[in-house]
Design a binder for this molecule. Structure first.
Ligand code: PMP
Length: 431
C-alpha cells in the first residue's frame, strides 16, 4: 500500500532539505490522483483545483497521456536525428505567432528557455544589461535568478539588472499616476547607463503574475516596447505562465497588446506536465548565434515531449479552451466583483481569462496589504475543498489560475467558497 502521510512527511524532511519547494498549507496536501479540474488526496477527498496552470487541459487528459505513452513505446531520441514531431510542433507554434517570429528552439523548462533567450539577446544586442519588473519571476538557474527579484536575498540586486514597477493601476490611481505617463523604462535605462551598462533585454510576463496580476490596457506594453526599441533593448515576452490560452482573448497574452516581441518563451503548461519548453524568435537572431557557437539540448524537443506538446495544442483547439477561459473567466471575475461589495477586505479584483487576482487589504482607503488574511483564506478554502494560491510582493493577492477546463458551475463553487472563507476569517486584526 501507499506509505502513510506522516511517514512521507518525515522522510521528505530528512532527504529533500529546506531549500527547494516549501510545502503549501498549514496541513500539507498529499495528492495521489487527478482528473480534469479535480485532484484527490490519499484519503479520497476531492479538491477543485483552482490553482494549477500546468495541467492546462485538465489533470491526466487522456489525449495527452495516450500521446506520451504511444511515442514512448515507439522511439525517444533527440534532435540530432530527423523526426517529424519536432518539425510539426515548430510549425504549429509559428502559425500562432506574429509573422516575424519564425524560428523555434526547444528545451526542458521555463528557466532554460529564458536563460537561452538572454544569451541570444545579449549576443544580438551586444549589451549586458537587463530590465525586469519589481517582483518578477523568470526562473531558477543562476542567470534567471538574477532576473527574478522575487528570489533575491534582500538587497542583492545584481549590478547588470534594473527594475521597473508593474502597472498597478489600482494603487497608482491613489497617487493619480496614469498608466503610460511614467512607465519608468527611461529611468531604468539611465540607471544602467550610469553604471556603464547598455540594456540588452527586458523580460516581462504580460499579465504580471508574480507581481500581483495586472492586466494593463494595450497602450502600456506598446509604449514599453517603443521605448525599449528606441534604445536597442530587446523584448522578451515570458509566456511560461500566462500562455497557452489562459488570457482568454488570445493564445499568448502579449497578443492583447498587438506588439511583436523579439523573443517569446514557453513552458509550464506546454506539455500538460510533461517537461517541454521553447524559445521563439526571428531567424536572424538564431543565425547570429549559430555563426559563433553550437548548441544542443539532450532532452529538448525529443519525440515524446513534442507529442505531448502537440496533443496539448490539439486539445486547446478542439475543446475550445481559450474561448472557455474567456467565458468562464468573465463569469468568475463578475462573481468575485460582487463579493467585493460584501467583503471590505477585497480591495481589487483583476486579471484576464482564467488568471485572476483578488487583492486583500486591511483598509481599502490606505490599501494596506493583508497577507495574514490571505494565508487564512488560502487554508480556509482548502478546508472547504478548493485549491488556490497567493502572489504579489506582500503575498496578499489571492491567485486563481485553474486548468482551462473549469466549468461555469465550478467557477460558482470558487466564488461561494471564497465568500464562506472570507466570512469566517474576516477581522481587522488580520493585517
Ligand atoms: N517564467 C515564469 C513566468 C514562470 O512562472 C516560471 C515558473 N514558475 C518560470 C519562468 C520558470 O519555469 P520552470 O520552473 O519550468 O523552470
Amino acid at each position: 500500500g501507499r506509505p502513510a502521510m506522516n511517514d512521507v512527511l518525515a522522510r521528505r524532511e530528512r532527504v529533500l532539505g529546506p531549500a527547494l519547494s516549501p510545502l503549501t498549507y498549514d496541513r500539507p496536501l498529499y495528492l495521489v490522483r487527478g482528473s480534469g479540474s479535480r485532484v484527490f488526496d490519499h484519503e479520497g477527498t476531492a479538491y477543485l483545483d483552482a490553482y494549477n496552470n500546468v495541467p492546462v487541459v485538465g489533470h491526466c487528459h487522456p489525449r495527452v497521456v495516450a500521446a506520451i505513452a504511444r511515442q514512448s513505446a515507439e522511439l525517444n531520441t533527440n534532435t540530432r536525428y530527423l523526426h517529424d514531431s519536432v518539425v510539426e510542433l515548430a510549425e504549429r507554434i509559428i502559425a500562432t505567432m506574429p509573422n516575424d517570429l519564425d524560428t523555434v528552439m526547444f528545451f526542458n523548462s521555463g528557466s532554460e528557455a529564458n536563460d537561452i533567450a538572454w544569451r541570444l539577446a545579449s549576443i544580438h544586442s551586444q549589451a549586458t544589461g537587463a530590465i525586469v519588473t519589481d517582483w518578477a519571476y523568470h526562473g531558477v538557474t543562476t542567470l534567471t535568478t538574477a532576473l527574478s527579484p522575487e528570489s533575491w536575498p534582500r538587497g542583492e540586486k545584481p549590478e547588470y539588472v534594473e527594475t521597473i514597477p508593474p502597472p498597478d493601476d489600482w494603487r497608482w490611481s491613489v497617487n493619480a499616476e496614469p498608466i503610460g505617463g511614467d512607465i519608468h523604462i527611461d529611468e531604468a535605462v539611465a540607471k544602467l547607463r550610469a553604471r556603464g551598462i547598455a540594456p540588452a533585454a527586458f523580460f516581462v510576463d504580460s499579465l504580471f503574475t508574480s507581481d500581483g496580476i495586472f492586466n494593463p490596457p494595450p497602450t502600456y506594453l506598446q509604449e514599453v516596447a517603443r521605448r525599449l526599441h528606441a534604445v536597442g533593448c530587446m523584448f522578451v515576452a515570458d509566456e511560461v505562465q500566462c500562455g497557452h490560452g489562459r488570457a482568454g482573448t488570445h493564445l499568448w497574452s502579449f497578443q492583447a497588446s498587438g506588439i511583436t516581441p523579439d523573443f517569446v518563451t514557453l513552458g509550464k503548461p506546454m506539455g500538460n506536465g510533461h517537461p517541454v519548453a521553447a524559445v521563439v524568435t526571428r531567424r536572424e537572431i538564431a543565425e547570429r548565434f549559430a555563426s559563433g557557437a553550437d548548441m544542443f539540448s539532450t532532452f529538448g524537443g525529443n519525440p515524446v515531449a513534442c507529442k505531448a506538446a502537440l496533443a496539448v495544442l490539439d486539445v486547446i483547439e478542439e475543446e475550445q479552451l481559450r474561448q472557455r477561459a474567456h467565458k468562464v473567466g468573465d463569469h468568475l471575475r463578475g462573481g468575485l466583483m460582487e463579493l467585493k461589495d460584501r467583503h471590505e477586505a477585497i480591495g481589487d479584483v483583476r486579471g484576464a481569462g482564467l488568471l485572476i487576482g483578488v487583492e486583500l487589504v486591511a483598509d481599502r482607503e490606505t490599501r494596506t496589504p493583508a497577507p495574514g488574511l490571505a494565508r487564512d483564506v488560502l487554508n480556509g478554502m482548502r478546508q472547504r475543498g478548493v485549491l488556490i494560491g497567493t502572489t504579489g510582493p506582500a503575498a496578499n493577492v489571492l491567485k486563481i489560475r485553474p486548468p482551462l477546463v473549469l466549468s461555469m458551475s465550478e467557477a460558482d463553487v470558487i466564488i461561494e467558497t471564497l465568500d464562506a472563507s472570507l466570512g469566517r476569517a474576516h477581522s481587522p486584526a488580520y493585517a
